[in-house]
Ligand binder design. Structure first.
Ligand SMILES: [Zn+2]
Length: 355
């Protein structure tokens, strides 16, 4: 049972936490080679030194508001071929005016440069690991673990709120949606994150309450922030490794809508009015290696048993037909042919009634 004393302590910490004093606000905030004083923007790199494999660097922008306020971290490029969010954060950097900003925005412009530059799907070309499965990272681990360690300590620990901005990867045709991950551990973080999801703007919201509870094995970027008490989201908008203009615009608008919700910039708060919530999702995986022929598209409604697509061997003979396990919506469909056993083919989500 939670005692009243504990509750009071938490509230006091929260109330005094996000806002810097004017003395702190007047000095330069430095992260890696990026630095900004109040009212300035500064860009630079967090260096991830070589270790048991090669190193990399993380391009970062600090936008420091003229007025004090909370710190929002926006992270793009966790998966290397998810490009619409990367382009969107360049626009946020250009358009966000520190003179009209209260607080600080940390823009991680490309979290996973090795994967971005080599255009790899899911996995780092250096260590073969998925950056969004190795948090909170390891100081002496492989490069993906060292990137996660740097982001945990340099970005997440400084942030009051966080959005890990994803898209369909280079092989994924995706219909925009947002993950809201209430874990029941921190009611404040759960409820603020819910409103952040409505502010971001996607009308499809997946409720994912199955993420780990151990801060030392938080696995996901978003969950690492959440388990440290910071309201956080994972968003998805964009597809197939393309800088599609409408998807770039959605991601950029999401950032500005969220800044208004957090009262970091002036303007009316807009929350999605009629979201569709999804309480069950399943990633469909390939039973074999070969060539994938999808038969549905992103956003399609499917019934239980609807054929999502077929896998053939390398000669064209069908080896498996993949069917929907329950009725729902295809949130993404893998839309390029190469497929390996155990890899995703798509994700189906089951909507619940409006809450
Ligand atoms: Zn991703």
């Amino acid at each position: 049972m939670r005692s009243f004393a504990t509750l009071v302590t938490v509230l006091v910490v929260v109330a005094s936490g996000p806002t810097l004093t004017s003395a702190q606000q007047s000095g330069a905030l430095r992260i890696g080679s990026a630095a900004a004083r109040a009212g300035e923007k500064g860009s630079g790199f967090i260096v991830v030194p070589a270790g048991i494999d090669s190193g990399t660097r993380i391009p970062l922008t600090i936008v420091r508001g003229k007025d004090p306020g909370p710190t929002l971290a926006l992270i793009a490029g966790t998966h290397g071929d998810e490009v619409a969010p990367v382009i969107a954060l360049q626009r946020v950097r250009r358009e966000l005016d520190p003179a009209r900003l209260a607080g600080t925005v940390l823009l991680v412009q490309v979290a996973n440069l090795p994967s971005f530059l080599r255009r790899t799907v899911y996995y780092s070309p250096i260590d073969g690991k998925n950056l969004n499965r190795v948090y909170p990272g390891k100081r002496d681990g492989t490069v993906s673990e060292r990137i996660a360690y740097a982001i945990t300590h340099e970005i997440i620990e400084r942030a009051d709120y966080l959005v890990d901005i994803h898209a369909g990867d280079g092989n994924e045709s995706l219909r925009p949606y947002t993950y809201w991950s209430p874990l029941g551990l921190n009611p404040r973080a759960d409820s603020i994150a819910r409103e952040m999801a409505l502010a971001w703007g996607s009308d499809y919201i997946v409720i994912d309450s199955a993420r780990p509870h151990d801060p030392q094995a938080s696995v996901y970027t978003q969950n690492t922030a959440h388990l440290r008490g910071k309201p956080a989201l994972t968003t998805e908008a964009g597809y197939l490794g393309l800088p599609a203009e409408d998807m770039i615009a959605r991601n950029e608008q999401g950032a500005f809508r969220l800044l208004r919700y957090l009262k970091m910039i002036p303007g009316d708060v807009e929350l999605v009015r009629h979201p569709l919530w999804f309480d069950r999702t399943e990633v469909l995986r390939s039973p074999g290696t070969g060539i994938w022929y999808p038969q549905v598209e992103r956003g399609h409604t499917v019934q239980k048993g609807t054929v999502i697509g077929v896998v053939t061997d390398f000669f064209g003979d069908t080896t498996a037909a993949i069917t929907a396990p329950f009725a729902g919506v295809m949130l993404y469909v893998v839309a390029t042919p190469a497929i390996s056993e155990g890899e995703p083919l798509g994700m189906v989500g089951r909507p619940v009634e409006e809450r």
